[in-house]
Structure formats: C-alpha cells, structure tokens
Ligand binder design. Structure first.
Ligand SMILES: Nc1ncnc2c1ncn2[C@@H]1O[C@H](COP(=O)(O)OP(=O)(O)O)[C@@H](O)[C@H]1O
Ligand SMILES: [Mg+2]
Length: 253
C-alpha cells in the first residue's frame, strides 16, 4: 500500500515541484517504487522539470475519463527505473474531482511504495483537490517571514494528521551572518515535524538530476522513509576562519 503524500506550501515558487521531483529521485535511488502525480493542472511543471514533456501521450484526465488505463499514462524515468510520473492535463479547463482522482490512485496503490502529489499554489479548489487525495502532507517553506506566514496558514487548512515541514532555499552564509532565519527557527515557528533542510543551490535550474545527488535530498528521503530526524547542515561550511572567507567571497560574487 502506497504512502500518499501531498507536497504543498501555499506560496508559489517555494519549491514544491523541486522537492517533489528530487525527493522522488532520492527515494527511487533507495530502490523504492515512486509515483509523482502532477495535480497542478494546466501548468504541468512536473513533466517539464523531469524533462518528460515530449513523452506525454495520455494524462490523468484521460485516465479519469476512461480513455486509457492508469498504467498507460505513466512515464518511466530514464535513469531511475522505479520512478514514474503521472502527467497532469495541459488544459486547466478539463477539471476532475477528488473522488475520481482518488479512484485512479487507488488502482495504483499496490504498484508503488510512495505516491507524491505536486500541489498547485494557493489554498483554493486546486489545493483542496490535491490535499484531499493524500493521507500525509509535506509543507515546503522558504526561510522568510512572509513564507513562514503562508506556510502557517496552509498548515491550518490541512486536515492530515501527519504534517511535516521542509525548509527550502536556505543560504548558509546568510544564516551564519544572522541575515536569514535558520531552518530550526522556521521549524519552531511552525511547530510541526521537521522533515528536512534544502540549501539554495544554483545548479538546481540546470539539471534536476545533478541536484538529486545532493546529500540534502538523500537525508530528506531517509527521514521520510526511516523516521529519522537528521538535518542537512547548510551552515557548516560557513563556520570558522575558512567559513568566514567563504562568506566574504560569496557576498562579493
Ligand atoms: N533549493 C533551491 N535552490 C535554488 N533554486 C531553487 C531551489 N528550490 C527551487 N528553486 C527554483 O525556484 C523556482 C521555483 O521552484 P518550484 O519548485 O517550481 O516552486 P513551486 O512548485 O513551489 O512553485 C524554480 O526555478 C526552481 O528551480
Ligand atoms: Mg510547482
């Protein structure tokens, strides 16, 4: 039976799709069977981020409307054989309800260990649909006051008992300089289970696969799967004398 987890944030651009893809890759590298489901209807960021947009034949709405079987809509990742994507439809007007999607996911329940659902921004219809299909929620938050506020409001809307938090885009140099909230401050402000910390990383825009090799997502996958609480330390390399030099270098870059 698959664990169905929605990746949400309230705010656009917090890193939901990025976390969904890279967490999926990191879980698949542990030989777990993972399905990524794009419920950000119309934007189809997930298949673009996974570099699969040219491979889409059928999408979730085709499955719901019985034009194909769920397995026919799945796209297998090129590098991770246990990772699949269920693309969303490109037309946001072709709407489907929670029950119909739940039925489709129910048919894939035994095929996967994890079903990660990429949620749209906001807290309206699309959000409620994505959240309604999952038993657990991961809230992605950036370490800024506005981001924390949005995440807090999002958490208040979640019915799931299991809600955990990932702090994304942490800049270790700014945290060390006291110019950015630390991940631990964000965790304590939100008062939910700390699942992971992801640093700001310029490479993320070039190749999702390079980024997934990053220790941060591997630690995140380990925490999710094994129930550990190891946190990637974004600040370590900015401590001490060398750290001070790195900070100065980064500021002047
Ligand atoms: N840790 C990170 N470091 C650098 N860039 C990031 C990071 N996380 C996300 N991004 C970038 O931020 C942008 C928005 O991320 P995305 O995952 O699409 O957000 P969302 O799905 O929440 O709208 C993308 O261009 C993505 O590459
Ligand atoms: Mg997105």
């Amino acid at each position: 039976m698959a664990r169905k987890i929605v990746i949400t944030s309230g705010k656009g651009g917090a890193g939901k799709t990025t976390v969904c893809c890279n967490l999926g890759i990191a879980l698949a590298r542990r030989s777990l069977r993972v399905l990524l489901v794009d419920l950000d209807m119309g934007l189809n960021n997930l298949d673009v981020t996974m570099q699969m947009e040219t491979k889409v034949v059928y999408d979730l709405v085709d499955v719901v409307e019985n034009r194909c079987r769920p397995q026919q809509a799945l796209i297998q990742d090129d590098t991770e054989p246990t990772l699949y994507v269920m693309p969303s439809c490109h037309n946001p007007k072709r709407q489907v309800g929670v029950d119909a999607i739940k039925k489709v996911l129910g048919r894939l329940n035994d095929t996967f260990d994890y079903i990660l659902i990429d949620c749209p921004a906001g807290i309206d219809v699309g959000f409620r649909r994505a959240v309604g299909c999952a038993d657990e929620a991961i809230v992605v938050v950036t370490p800024h006051i506005q981001g924390v506020r949005d995440a807090d409001k999002t958490i208040a809307q979640l019915a799931q008992a299991d809600v955990s938090v990932v702090v994304n885009r942490v800049r270790g140099d700014l945290v060390a300089d006291g110019q950015m909230l630390s991940a631990f401050e964000v965790f304590s402000l939100l008062g939910k289970t700390a699942l992971g910390v992801v640093p700001e990383n310029d490479q993320i825009n070039c190749n999702a696969d390079i980024y997934a090799k990053n220790k941060a997502f591997d630690t995140l996958a380990q925490n999710l799967h094994c129930g550990t609480f190891d946190m990637y330390d974004c600040v370590a390399r900015y401590k001490g004398l060398w750290g001070k030099l790195r900070r100065r270098f980064k500021k002047n870059a």
